[in-house]
Design a protein around this ligand. Sequence first.
Ligand code: UDP
Ligand code: MG
Length: 326
Amino acid sequence: MTETTPVTLSIVVPIYNEEEVIPEFYRRITDVMQQVGVTWELICVNDGSRDRSEELLLALHETDPRIKLVNFSRNFGQMIALTAGLDYADGDAVVVIDVDLQDPPELIAEMLEKWREGHEVVYAVRADRAGESPFKLWTANLFYRLLRRITDVDIPVDTGEFRLMDRRAVLTMRRLREHHRFMRGLSSWVGYRQTGVRYNRSERFAGDTKYPLGRMLRLTMDAITSFSYLPLRLGTYMGFTLAIVSLVGIAITIGLRLSGNNAFYGQATTLVAVLFLGGIQLIFLGILGEYLGRIYDEVKGRPLYIVSRAYGFAGRDDRKPTDLHR
Ligand code: UDP
Ligand code: MG
C-alpha cells in the first residue's frame, strides 16, 4: 500500500500488557466495522508492553494492513499513548477506545451517526458500570463531580476516553503539547460542537486494570492542576481566614488578661497552634510543589514520547521524532 487510500475512520487504541484481550478485541472491532461499512484503520499504540502484545499486534498487521502499530520505546502511560495515536491518525474522524472491551465497539456506529449529523466531538457517557468495586464507583463518582465544580472547563460527568473526534478537533488537539495530559479534559477544552451517547460499561474482558490506586491519584492530580488554580487559591483563602481568627483570638486573650482571667495560661495551646499552622503551611508548600514540578517538566521540553518503530505508515515511519512529538 504505497498510494494512500483515504481513510474515513481511524480507531486509536492504547495497549499495555494486553495479550489476553487483543485477539478478541480484533474480532469484535472487525465485526463492527464490517457492519458499519466505512474505510478504516486501527492504530495500536503499544505502550511499552512486556508481554506478547507486540508479537500479536505484528502478526495482525502482517495479515491485515488496516492494522497499524506504533511501538513506544518504554511505558509512557495511556494519555501519552492516545496522544501518539492522534498524531498518527489519518481519518476524517478518529475514535479513541480501550482495548479491554469495557468500551463496546458497537457504540462506534452510533457515534458515526452523530458525527454525520454535524457534531465534532461525540463522547461516550457511562450510564451503568458492571463489575467495578464499590470503592472504584464511589471514587470515580466523587472525582467527576469534584472536577466539574473546581475546573473552568465543562468536562462532562461520567465520561472516559472513549469518544469520536472530527479531524478538525484532532488537528486542534495535536497542537496541545503539554506533558501532563488529561485527554478528556483537553478534548472538552478545544470546544466545537460536542454531544454524548450513553452506554453501559461492561467488565474487563480479561486481565487486570492497569490503573492501580497510585496511578489513579496521579491522573487526578494531573486533571486538577491542568484545569484549575483552586488549590493554589485555597492557600490565600485559608491564610486570610486564619489571620482574621487569630486577630479575634488576640483581642479575646488581651481582654481576658486585663480582667484578671488566666484561662489561656500554658504551653499546650501554643504548641497545638504552632503544629497546626506548620501542617497547613507544609500542605500548601506541597501544593505549590505539584504545580512547580509540572512547570519544570514543561520547561525541560522533552519529547512527549519516543517511538522505537512504527509499522504500516507507508513512507512515514522515518518522520523525525522532533517533527511530530513536540
Ligand atoms: N494503558 C496504556 N498504558 C498504561 C496503562 C493503560 O496504554 O500505562 C491502556 C490499557 O491497555 C487499556 C487502556 O489504557 O487499553 C485503559 O486501561 P485500563 O483498562 O487498565 O484502565 P481502567 O479501565 O481500569 O481504568
Ligand atoms: Mg479498562
